[in-house]
Design a protein around this ligand. Structure first.
Ligand SMILES: Cc1ncc(COP(=O)(O)O)c(C=O)c1O
Length: 386
C-alpha cells in the first residue's frame, strides 16, 4: 500500500516531539520536552457555565452548518487585539496549525521559496516540507533576526513569505526588539515579501513590556496567526488569521475545501469569555502561575550547571533554549538524560537542515516546581557523564 502514498507522506519524518511525548507518557520520566500548557489550569468552571448557558438560550441551529470564516461575535473580539482591525479581516481556524496549512495551500506552488528563522517551530518546518517548498533559513539571535542575511535572501530568492515567531519564539524563547522589527518591516516592504507572523505565546508575558506586532506595523503585508491553545485550552482547536480582506477571501476558499468551518460551540464559549473579561483574568492567573516555574528552572539550571551552559532568560512563553557547551551533539545528551529519567528536545530537530547542535529546548509550564528541581538534577547528572 505504501507505494500508493503521495511523496509528501513517504518523505515526511515522524515528528521527534511526538516520539518523545509517547515515550514520556509511558513511564515516570520528567518531561521538559513537550509544549503543553498545565492542564490543572484549564478554566473548567467558566467553560461549564457558558456551555450550560448556550444550551439554555440557543435552539438547535447552534449545531447547524454555518459560514467558513467563523462566528461574528468572536471575530469582533479578536479584531480588538489589533489597531484599527475589522472583523472582516479575521477568520477562524482549527488552531494556528491549520492557519499555517491554509496559508501554504493558498500561497505555495511546488518549489516556491519561503524564509524561516533558524531555528524554527518543528511542525511548521514539517508542513513546509510537505508543500515541497524551497526553504531558506535566516539566523535568529536573542534580539531578532540577522537583517543583513534576511535582505540577501529576500533579494536573491524573492520568497513568497517570511515565517516569523517574533515573541517568545518556539524553540528559543527569544523576542525581536522594536528596532529589529522595524528593520524587518523596511526590508519586507522593499522586496514586497509577506510576513507570516505566528504568535501563540505573546499573551504569556512574565516581565517587560509588550511590543507592537508586525500586523500593526505593516498590516498590508502581514498575515498574523493567533490561537487560544496556550491561553484557554488546546482542545478547543480555535485559532485565527488576521490579514487584509483580499487575503482572507482567498484563505476562506482554502478553508472551505479543507473542513468547511470550525465548530461553533467552542467559538461561542470563547467569545463570551472574552466579552466578559474572563479570558484576560484567566491569562493573568496563568502568568502568575507560570512565572515561578520559569524562575525555578532558571535558578536550578544556574545552581547545578553554573558556567557550563548558556541561555537567555525569556520574558515569557514556555521555553528555554540552552546551549550545552560541553556537549557538541545534544542528541547524545538526550539519550543519557532519558536513562536518568528526564527528557528535553535536542536542538537539531528545529533547524531546517537538521544539523548537529549543542542546544536543547526545555519546557517549564507542564512540570511542577518539584519536578523542575528533580529534572534539572537528573539532567546535570547526565551532562557530567559526557
Ligand atoms: C509556534 C507555534 N505555532 C503554532 C502552534 C500550533 O498551535 P495550535 O494549532 O494549537 O493553535 C504551536 C504549538 O505549539 C507553536 O508553538
Amino acid at each position: 500500500m505504501k507505494s500508493k502514498f503521495a511523496k509528501r507522506i513517504t518523505t515526511a519524518s515522524r515528528s521527534f516531539t511526538r516520539t518523545i511525548l509517547d515515550l514520556t507518557s509511558q513511564n515516570s520520566i520528567i518531561s521538559f520536552a513537550g509544549g503543553l500548557p498545565d492542564a490543572a489550569l484549564f478554566p473548567r468552571e467558566n467553560i461549564e457555565k457558558h456551555a450550560k448557558n448556550l444550551f439554555e438560550t440557543q435552539d438547535n441551529r447552534l449545531f447547524q452548518y454555518s459560514n467558513a470564516s467563523g462566528v461574528e461575535a468572536l471575530k469582533i473580539e479578536i479584531a480588538k487585539k489589533y489597531t484599527h482591525a475589522l472583523a472582516s479581516e479575521i477568520m477562524l481556524t482549527n488552531g494556528s496549525q491549520q492557519g499555517l496549512d491554509l496559508v501554504c495551500k493558498t500561497f505555495l506552488d511546488e518549489k516556491d521559496c519561503i524564509v524561516v528563522e533558524d531555528p524554527s517551530y518543528l511542525a511548521a518546518l514539517g508542513l513546509f516540507h510537505m508543500y515541497n517548498a524551497t526553504i531558506k533559513a535566516v539566523p535568529l539571535h536573542a534580539n531578532g533576526v540577522d537583517v543583513q542575511e534576511l535582505e540577501r535572501l529576500f533579494k536573491t530568492y524573492q520568497p513568497k513569505f517570511f515565517y516569523t515567531i517574533p515573541v517568545f519564539q518556539n524553540p528559543t524563547g527569544y523576542s525581536y526588539s522594536l528596532e529589529n522589527r522595524q528593520e524587518v518591516v523596511k526590508i519586507a516592504e522593499k522586496y514586497n515579501v509577506i510576513l507570516l507572523e505566528d504568535s501563540p505565546y505573546e499573551a504569556l508575558r512574565y516581565d517587560g513590556k509588550s511590543t507592537v506586532s508586525f500586523a500593526d506595523l505593516l498590516p498590508k503585508l502581514t498575515i498574523a496567526l493567533g490561537t487560544f491553545s496556550k491561553t484557554l485550552a488546546p482542545d478547543f482547536r480555535i485559532g485565527w488569521i488576521k490579514a487584509p480582506q483580499e487575503i482572507i477571501s482567498a484563505l476562506t476558499l482554502s478553508k472551505e475545501s479543507t473542513d468547511l468551518q470550525n465548530s461553533k460551540f467552542f467559538q461561542y464559549i470563547c467569545a463570551r469569555m472574552m466579552e466578559k473579561g474572563e479570558l484576560n483574568a484567566h491569562i493573568q492567573k496563568l502568568v502568575e502561575y507560570y512565572r515561578p516555574k520559569r524562575d525555578a528552572l532558571v535558578e536550578a539550571l544556574k545552581r547545578y550547571f553554573g558556567e557550563s551552559i548558556e541561555f537567555v532568560i525569556p520574558e515569557g512563553g514556555m521555553f528555554l533554549w540552552v546551549n550545552f557547551k560541553k556537549c557538541a551533539d545534544s542528541m547524545q545528551l538526550f539519550d543519557k538524560a532519558i536513562k536518568k529519567g528526564v527528557a528535553f528536545v535536542p536542538g537539531s530537530v528545529f533547524f531546517s537542515d537538521k544539523r548537529i547542535s549543542s542546544y536543547g529546548r526545555l519546557n517549564y509550564t507542564n512540570s511542577t516546581l518539584e519536578q523542575i528541581e528533580e529534572g534539572v538534577k537528573a539532567l546535570h547528572s547526565a551532562y557530567t557523564e559526557q
